[in-house]
Design a protein around this ligand. Structure first.
Ligand SMILES: Nc1ncnc2c1ncn2[C@@H]1O[C@H](COP(=O)(O)OP(=O)(O)OP(=O)(O)O)[C@@H](O)[C@H]1O
Length: 255
């Protein structure tokens, strides 16, 4: 296997607080890799560094062999490195289907020039985008609420919609930050199933930060444990759960 994300010796401090300490991780192509660790271990900071949302102090990040250190998030988006975002306030007034249709970058219809000079092409592209959005919304199990305003969807349905938005572009790697938080068990089952299908059927690689250990256990292999900004241990969920250092630092030593 080859690493689609390769983080090498990254350091990051906020003021005097060193949050990421000589941290190196590899996310193998086609894997669903979990990233866990105690509160404050640096998981979100590392995510933000990989996603281009936060500059690092030193070290390097590679995407499929190409260095992407400190590249902006929109450039990484075009390269297929995506993270899910909460539905922005202004998008909550659009329907679920419209939210999906807003995603594709570089639509000819977005440019006045394109709309004026190439109306037939614009209409054709819009029809294609709509068709894709209809397929995606069925895929994520939200076909029955496609005309609901996104702001009226339940927390779990919004998470499914966020996942659906990654399918509107050619994603290669998706970073999921605590996607299970606040989602009921039934919808969580749908989310897990959809993540597995995206991985199996479309070849998505996932890097997943999650506090929900059931979800990590069902979904992720390998699991990376981060503590104080560096990798404590990496392995299968069974290996992690039986590692004395992890039990001590993360799960809490049994009395
Ligand atoms: N923008 C910031 N400015 C200053 N300190 C920050 C900033 N972002 C994070 N930190 C600090 O960095 C440390 C790591 O935070 P981070 O959010 O990366 O941890 P985490 O592992 O994701 O934690 P949690 O599981 O609680 O979400 C914390 O001590 C946090 O207070």
């Amino acid at each position: 296997m080859s690493a689609i994300i390769d983080v090498r010796h990254v350091n990051k401090a906020f003021g005097g607080l060193r949050v990421i300490n000589d941290c190196s991780i590899r996310v193998e192509q086609g894997s669903i890799t979990g990233l866990i660790g105690p509160n404050g271990a640096g998981k979100s900071t590392l995510f933000n560094i990989i996603a281009g949302a936060l500059p690092l102090d030193s070290g390097q990040v590679f995407l499929d062999g190409e260095e992407i250190t400190n590249r902006p998030a929109n450039e990484l988006f075009h390269k297929g490195l995506l993270r899910t975002f909460q539905i922005a306030h202004e998008f909550s007034q659009l329907t679920a289907l419209e939210n999906l249709m807003m995603v594709p970058p570089n639509q000819a219809g977005e440019s006045l020039f394109g709309a004026w000079f190439r109306p037939a092409r614009v209409r054709q592209e819009e029809a294609q985008v709509r068709q894709k959005a209809l397929e995606v919304i069925d895929f994520v199990g939200l076909g029955h609420v496609r005309n609901e305003l996104a702001g009226n969807l339940s927390g779990g349905q919004k998470k499914l919609l966020e996942l659906g938005r990654t399918m509107m572009v050619d994603a290669r790697v998706v970073l999921l930050d605590e996607i299970a938080a606040g989602v009921n068990r039934t919808l969580l089952g749908d989310l897990v199933t959809n993540i597995e299908r995206l991985n199996r059927e479309l070849g998505y690689t996932f890097l997943v930060i999650e506090h929900d250990m059931d979800m990590i256990a069902r979904l992720c292999d390998p699991v990376i444990v981060l503590a104080e900004g560096s990798v404590m241990v990496q392995g299968s969920i069974e290996e992690i759960q039986n590692d004395p250092a992890v039990i001590d630092a993360y799960f809490g030593a049994q009395p």
